[in-house]
Design a protein around this ligand. Sequence first.
Ligand code: IPM
Ligand code: MN
Length: 319
Amino acid sequence: MTKKNYKIAVLPGDGTGPEVTAEAVKVMNASASIFGFKLEMQTFDWGGDRYLATGNVLPDDAVPTLKKFDAVLLGAIGHPKVKPGILEKGILLKLRFDLDQYINLRPVKLYPGVETPLKDKGPEHIDYVVVRENTGGIYTGVGGISMKGTPNEVAIQSMVYNRFQVERCLRYAFDLVCKRHTKSKPWKGLKESDIKEGKIGQLTLCGKTNVLTFVYDLWERAFYEIAKEYPQVKTDYCHVDATCMWMVKNPEWFDVIVTGNMFGDIITDLGAITQGGMGIAAGGNINPTGLSMFEPIGGSAPKYTGLGVINPLAAICSG
Ligand code: IPM
Ligand code: MN
């Protein structure tokens, strides 16, 4: 292996974020010395406490500062003394958007020896990846409130997607299936007949084409058009409500799931609990050609701060 030097920005954040991040940093440094690469880490105090002290969510040069690094490790964002939304939008979502981290990669994997609440399921059944679109949909914040405080108050928050966003996310997901499996080692959930047809793995589109007939129509059309370029990938479709059901009843039916931002947020908490809880679930906010940011998917869990009860494995795996 060539000796490499990586610059990592560490954002421990709020609540239990700093304590789990500290463990992740130890493991990363240990890996560096074992595998022969160098890590240069710099910690930033961005989060709730800094906001309460300064009134600033992020310094003005936050994004250009981060761009000088090879990757970002984030603990958690969310502070009980700050109104929900301010830090989440001002730090986490801002970084995801401004760094164009358009993929939120969330493996749902049950490790051996970890308990799952799913009856009769083991590591051989729970091993799939959710590709959550990470910069569009309801999260763009398009909408508003008018006539606030009156009986006629109207609130709108729109699910916004363009073809470009959908397509780049779908392509990432198709490519991921091809990275996970090979012709000689296909995904074990395939049928004999799929293998005969040359399939190596499966991509499930999770949508809601029966109700969200604009946005998920766009997703569905793009999905089947792009699928023609990937004859080795078996295509599958599930409405989001049914996806939740099958993730509990038959998680072994999934290889890679691709979905929009909001559905991806929801189903990955469900996925996390099936793999042993938020303390296990790691995720990556990926910009495939730029700067990516890795984080445990659980929140800051402020009431547990300092008690040493939060499992740092999610942070360690993110690291
Ligand atoms: C997540 C979190 C965030 C999200 C919040 C904290 C903004 O729930 O990373 O899943 O909704 O994306
Ligand atoms: Mn979430």
